[in-house]
Write a protein that binds this ligand. Structure first.
Ligand SMILES: *Cc1c(COP(=O)(O)O)cnc(C)c1O
Length: 334
């Protein structure tokens, strides 16, 4: 049976071209800084983001952790959204491993953080409090693109308050493609940016953390500390380089697929949130578990969540939209 897996854009298989690039990549020991393909990936992405340096790491979780630990010390605090990946989905790593206190704040419907709310959460310089050091944003945030004007406001705000500004840009390129801008149009507002290669870009493994030389130097030491130093990592970096070269513009197709699915579901009477990039959110309420089982029997793989998230990616083909919608239509009738 043909399977259509909509759980995440992490489920993609490496394409034939990507596998070929991996097979032929020149490699060296990257802990010694001697892997030419890793270096090329780090330099390529840093240049695209207009930042001085990059660091290839095994995962987005490690990338964010290293960023928070390289910017903040023990007893410092970072502010982020209640639903931010760094806060909610990374096992509390910054607190556990970095002794960095998280200060989550409620999020706005567009995925941004109200800067008034952030200002109210900043601690005064007083020995009772942790030292507020950093603001972390996420773009895209649950598939939503942060408005460009907001990024400029957040930059001005953090400058004024003496805060570092970090971007969890796991899906930065979805935002870039949606806005039709350059990566630098977004990254220039941030001190550091983390980008996932293994989401919509379709690489099997890896993220790149970018920032200035001194910051990346600190992050490199921390990467070794948490066991993220890899040796002949060029075989993996080659997949990332291939993705940056060949699989960025095609994200527009994922966005198109997501729109088609959303429109189809609306036509069937489902309550669907507006789609911006590659994520479709549907209100399923208590029917979520039943829907998941129903669709699984028909080859459509979903998560069971009352606010169901479906993610399009390079293994969701144009001809998959119809069977997906048929599943949902049959479920309505059942
Ligand atoms: C997936 C993701 C990460 C972490 O990436 P992993 O490689 O799965 O650790 C970080 N932030 C966001 C927004 C993500 O979606």
């Amino acid at each position: 049976m043909r399977l259509i897996d909509l759980r995440s854009d992490t489920v993609t298989q490496p394409t034939a071209g990507m596998r070929e690039a991996m097979l032929t990549a020149p490699t060296g020991d990257d802990v010694y800084g001697e892997d030419p393909t890793v270096r090329q990936l780090e330099q390529t992405l840093a240049a695209q983001l207009g930042l001085q340096a990059g660091l290839f790491v095994p995962s987005g979780t490690m990338s964010n952790l290293l960023a928070l630990m390289a910017h903040c010390g023990r007893g410092d605090e970072y502010i982020t959204g209640q639903l931010a990946h760094t806060y909610k989905y990374e096992a509390g790593g910054a607190a556990v491993l970095g002794s960095i206190q998280p200060q989550p704040v409620e999020m706005e419907p567009d995925g941004s953080l109200d800067l008034e709310r952030v200002a109210a959460a900043i601690k005064p310089d007083d020995f009772h409090f942790a030292r507020t050091r950093l603001l972390a944003l996420e773009n895209t945030m649950q598939g939503k693109v942060l408005p460009p004007a907001y990024l400029a406001e957040a930059r001005a705000f953090t400058r004024e308050r003496g805060l570092v500004l970090h971007l969890d840009g796991a899906r930065l390129f979805n935002a870039v493609v949606k806005l039709g801008c350059t990566p630098e149009d977004i990254s220039r507002h941030f001190d550091s940016v983390s980008v996932c290669l293994s989401k919509g870009l379709g690489a099997p493994v890896g993220s790149v953390l970018c920032g200035d030389e001194a910051f990346i130097g600190r992050a490199r030491r921390l990467r070794k500390m948490v066991g993220g130093g890899m040796r002949q990592a060029g075989v993996l970096a080659a997949a990332g380089l291939y993705a940056l070269e060949h699989q960025v513009q095609r994200l527009a197709q994922d966005h198109q697929r997501a729109r088609e699915i959303a429109e189809g579901l609306e036509g069937l009477g489902y309550v669907v949130e507006p789609v911006q990039t590659n994520m479709v959110y549907v209100q399923m309420g208590e029917r979520a578990g039943a829907l998941k089982a129903f669709c699984a029997e028909r080859g459509v793989i979903l998560t069971a969540a009352s606010r169901l998230r479906m993610v399009t990616h390079l293994d969701v083909q144009p001809e998959h939209v119809e069977p997906i919608l048929e599943c949902f239509a049959a479920f309505v009738r059942s």
